[in-house]
Write a protein that binds this ligand. Structure first.
Ligand code: NAP
Length: 293
């Protein structure tokens, strides 16, 4: 298929590379330069990338970025044509997604929200899991692209239901990781050997994919970004906004937001969200590390 891919960040660049590998004709665009993808055409603007394509796929930071790329000067809207599909794998506001979809509908364009879970490693290996909002027939047309970038697609309902689902998913990741980090901090303070603790955690009902993914990085004290803290904080805020709009109380997530706020103030925004552990460690005066043998 002819695809424009907009946003060559941690996730987008690997996703676009997997589309090229699967034989699709890809044009890529990124706000800042120097992020080309081998085998893809580097476009000068979102409109340039989207000219003559069947599908425009976005993977951008936040709601404002998506709105700008679609509707600002040089944006995708300038070259929209009947029958095109816009697919958005950024995690953004569900209500803004409905607005964007409504605006392009008048031009005969279908809009699918397709946020994903799986982080950097899954983006590289083409094994992302997508949660999607949109029409069945449109999803069927996107199947070859989903296949090139991911291993599973969950159709959650009409446009915007993918984004709503993504907020519900990341709410859980934020709370699970906070629980894990607090447990590790107390364990360190009580002198429990983390290398003995981890297999026990994963053998018990406490086990989780979050622990599987994050524990090796923690043991290496590697907090370079797989999922930057600033983006997790954005998702926590999106979930809290959606909760407020629908009069739902989320006291646990509010407490976690405070931890992330302090971490951001302390300059951790561009580190992985796993770095919030170091804040707990600082407060407790300990460091989580494997016992010396
Ligand atoms: P990232 O590495 O920070 O990349 C963000 C991308 O958005 C970059 O291409 C950036 O361009 C672009 N951008 C930011 N503001 C912009 C603006 N105003 N106009 C145009 N482009 C703009 O982020 P990522 O990790 O790839 O994540 C992308 C999206 O996927 C986010 O919504 C995130 O929440 C979601 N997500 C991430 C993960 C993960 O594990 N990383 C997993 C699932 C979902 P520049 O290069 O010029 O800054």
């Amino acid at each position: 298929m002819r695809v424009a891919f907009l946003g060559m960040g941690i996730m987008g660049r690997s996703m676009a590379a997997n589309l090229v590998k699967a034989g699709h004709e890809v044009a890529v665009w990124n706000r800042s330069g120097g992020k080309d993808v081998e085998g893809a055409r580097s476009a000068a603007s979102p409109a340039d990338a989207a000219t003559g394509v069947e599908v425009v796929w976005m993977c951008l930071s936040d709601t404002k970025a998506v709105e700008g790329v679609l509707f600002d000067a040089g944006g995708v809207e300038e070259v929209l044509g009947e029958g095109m599909i816009i697919a958005d794998s950024s995690t953004i506001s569900p209500s803004a997604t409905r607005r964007f979809a409504e605006r392009v509908k008048g031009r005969g364009v279908d809009y699918v929200d397709a946020p994903m879970t799986g982080s950097k490693i899954a983006a590289e290996s083409g094994s992302l899991i997508f949660m999607v909002g949109g029409d069945d027939a449109v999803l069927a047309r996107l199947q070859p692209l989903f296949q090139a970038m991911g291993k599973q697609v969950f159709h959650m309902g009409e446009t915007s239901k993918g984004q709503a689902t993504k907020l519900v998913m990341n709410l859980q990741i934020a709370l699970i990781y906070e629980g894990f980090a607090e447990a590790l901090t107390l364990a360190a303070k009580l002198g429990v050997d983390v290398e003995k603790l981890l297999p026990l955690v994963q053998a018990s009902m406490v086990r989780s994919g979050v622990v599987d993914y994050k524990a090796p990085f923690i043991l290496k004290r590697d907090f370079s970004p797989n999922f930057p803290l600033r983006l997790m904080l954005k998702d926590i805020r999106l979930a809290l906004d959606a909760a407020k709009e629908s009069r739902v109380r989320l006291p646990g997530l509010e407490a976690v937001e405070e931890v992330y706020d302090v971490a951001a103030e302390e300059g951790q925004s561009d580190l992985d969200y796993a770095a919030t552990l170091t804040l707990l460690e600082k407060w407790a005066g300990v460091e989580v590390k494997a016992a010396t043998k």
